[in-house]
Design a protein around this ligand. Structure first.
Ligand code: DUC
Ligand code: ZN
Ligand code: ZN
Length: 467
């Protein structure tokens, strides 16, 4: 199955590369194909798809006095289990630090530890003359995209003037600007006012982060993109009004793109409000504290998001994988939701969760591949090597079995380094059978055969969506 169609075929791998895609019954130099190769993987009755590409993960991200609980080792292994063979994580530059130093540190964290191939986007946490001057040099380093935050004042925040200057550099160089589009200063006031009224539980995280402030920031980013001519990629879109802004800009001919995440397609603010357990009481809801937040199911965001995936108003699905354990991490925010580290872990479940959209008739099989592999490859300058099953591409392949029925997250059966799951009890049709990463079988029918260090840094080119 590719982004453009489906066909019965044999895929011939040679070492780390795809050598040929052949019609069934083809021979190799006159010999029967199966007799001419070392290994045969029988995929009869299953889908053979390009390995998943998760273009938004945060292994070991420092956040609110702690760090995301998956290391590059544990998080990439979990990704492999779930059929993701490439991830693009975020190198972090903090205000006052050199961009080059931030990047070097993230290379150190990842090198030799990853189970799958990985690249980096650059978070620019402090936009100043030095960091602006460093941006063009990222392209030679294989980093063709950078992220700024309109949220989190005092941490990663960039104001409009800073965004303008960075987008001007992006327009000149071909770097792709990624935006966390939420109006942070307003959200911080709303959060403070809720706390003053004694509204301290996790649910109020989502109340403070009002959709109006996602719509507003998305619009502002779109206008700055229009003004500067820099293409824009809005990450983790959760509000339907933000989707409408993106659709409007695209209808006006702007080169803007949006990504959503499985949590915004399935989970809602009401799940969080209703969550309670013997162990955590109403702090149970902290499991689903992420930003942008889960939205109210009464406002139609989920339905609109699925629709946007179908109509291409939203182009990609990444996870924003940013796990924190309840014990010792999420609990930092007991009594004050502002101190709950933001993030949900899903890197292992993205292909499965998105396949449910095929099962329920919301997206086609081809669109499933496009959203989870082919568009991420093109968007972030890896297509040809990644995102496609074709001669010359890396042999990153998943055999997906549409049969079977499994519950994910139950009893911590996942492989992410978390003491809970945001997906506890989710019922999945289908499962990942075999995962091949650059020619090596790393997951085979419930067994993990890879090792840390299998994954290599991917030097990315410019976005293939640039005009
Ligand atoms: N959102 C999250 O949920 N976690 C990390 C950073 C972000 O923007
Ligand atoms: Zn973000
Ligand atoms: Zn993120």
């Amino acid at each position: 199955v590719s982004a453009t169609g489906r066909t019965a075929a044999d895929v011939l791998l040679d070492g780390e590369t795809i050598a040929a895609v052949l019609a069934p019954g083809s021979t190799l130099l006159g010999h029967d194909l199966a007799a001419s190769v070392d290994t045969v993987i029988d995929a009869t009755g299953k889908y053979v798809i390009p390995g998943g590409i998760d273009a938004h993960t945060h292994m070991q991200l420092p956040f609110g006095g702690t760090s995301a609980s998956d290391t590059f080792e544990t998080g990439t292994r979990a990704a492999a289990w779930g059929g993701t063979t490439t991830m693009v994580d975020f190198a972090v530059q903090r205000a006052g630090e050199r961009v080059q130093d931030g990047l070097a540190h993230w290379h150190e964290l990842a090198a030799g530890n990853c189970a799958i191939d990985y690249g980096f986007h650059q978070i620019v946490g402090g936009v100043d003359a030095d960091s602006l001057a460093a941006l063009p040099g990222l392209i030679d380093e294989g980093i063709s995209s950078f992220k700024m935050f309109m949220a989190y004042p005092g941490v990663f925040y960039a104001d409009d003037a800073q965004i303008l200057r960075a987008m001007q550099v992006a327009a000149d160089t071909g770097l792709l600007t990624m935006m966390h589009a939420e109006n942070g200063p307003v959200i911080d006031v709303l959060a403070e006012q809720l706390i003053e009224k004694g509204k301290t539980s996790p649910y109020f995280h989502g109340v403070a982060r009002a959709w109006q402030m996602e719509e507003e920031a998305t619009h502002r980013a779109i206008m700055l993109s229009h003004l500067t001519g820099a293409p824009l990629y809005v990450v983790h879109v959760s509000a339907k009004q933000a989707v409408e802004q993106l659709a409007w800009a695209r209808d006006n001919g702007q080169n803007v793109f949006g990504e959503t995440c499985p949590q915004y397609l399935y989970l809602s603010l009401e799940d969080q409000l209703g969550a309670s357990s013997e162990e955590w009481g109403d702090f149970e809801g902290a499991k689903w504290v992420c930003s942008t937040p889960l939205r109210s199911k009464h406002e139609g965001h989920q339905h609109h998001m699925w629709q946007a995936l179908r109509t291409n108003d939203i182009q990609m699905v990444s996870t924003d994988h940013c796990p924190f354990c309840m014990k010792d991490q999420k609990t930092l925010g007991q009594g004050d939701f502002r101190a709950i580290p933001n993030g949900i872990g899903s890197v292992e479940h993205r292909l499965d969760l998105m396949y449910q959209g095929v099962v329920t008739g919301q997206i086609t099989l081809e669109r499933w591949v496009e959203l989870t592999s082919t568009t991420p490859a093109r968007m972030f300058g890896m297509y040809g090597k990644k995102g496609v099953i074709a001669p010359g591409a890396d042999a990153d392949i998943v055999v997906y079995d549409p049969s079977g029925h499994t519950s994910i997250g139950v009893g911590k059966t996942h492989h992410m380094n978390m003491d809970h799951s945001a997906w506890e009890g989710y019922e999945i049709d289908g499962h990942v059978d075999t995962v091949i990463s650059r020619g090596k079988v790393v997951v085979d029918d419930g067994a993990y055969l890879g090792t840390k260090g299998d994954g290599r840094f991917v030097k990315r080119g410019l976005s293939q969506y640039l005009i």
